[in-house]
Design a protein around this ligand. Sequence first.
Ligand code: ADE
Length: 238
Amino acid sequence: MHFKRIVLVMAMHAEAKPIREQLKLQPVEKLHSKLPMDTYQGKVNDSEVFVVVNGIDPRFNIDSIGTTPAAVATLTAINQLQPDLIINAGTCGAFKSKGSEIAKVYWANNVMHHDRRISIPGMEEYGIGNYRCWTDDTLANKLKMDYATISTGNSLDMCDTDYAILEKQEVVVKEMEAGGIAYICELLDMPYLGIKSVTDLVDGGMLPADEFLINLKKSSEALKEKVLQVIDALSTEK
Ligand code: ADE
């Protein structure tokens, strides 16, 4: 499969830096003068590749984490850059009890929300989402990447209810943006490819914030390796 214009949507500059440096992507004009996203562009094989980082929040001066900036960035990027594939690359927490480990990199085959609990008939499923993902079994096998359901919530930690839902749905990976991005992609018939690298083991006994900061660099490097392999495969005209 060849995609001609690939947009990566990423939440944090630290996650994006190894990828944009390795691909020698150059900064381009802001997609919107008032929105915080930062965009980088370059050519890989036969494709244009863009990295859109959600950007620095103007009030709090930190990366714009979470589903709202991710959805805004995705919609704006699709409108302005006219991609034929969105790759959502980032870091995540994961369950040790489900066989995960630090810097393991997953490919999403389902994206759901664990913090949108609406127990009214018909609305429950809407809250959970279960958005469509673009997968390629042959490529995932070749790159030795496991598929996983990615579950999104707007908190780094988790309460008991989140935990119960993640357990019930047998979720391995938990993060904070995929739901917003996959939602927009599904509405606009845009293929969504999610790639997530583990920074912390949510049932490993450490505070997620501490373990996240310790492993962010290692996990971002592992993310870079897999993302570059995926882009290399999808950017070549056969
Ligand atoms: N991103 C990295 N680690 C995470 C966690 N434990 N929960 C949500 N998002 C994360």
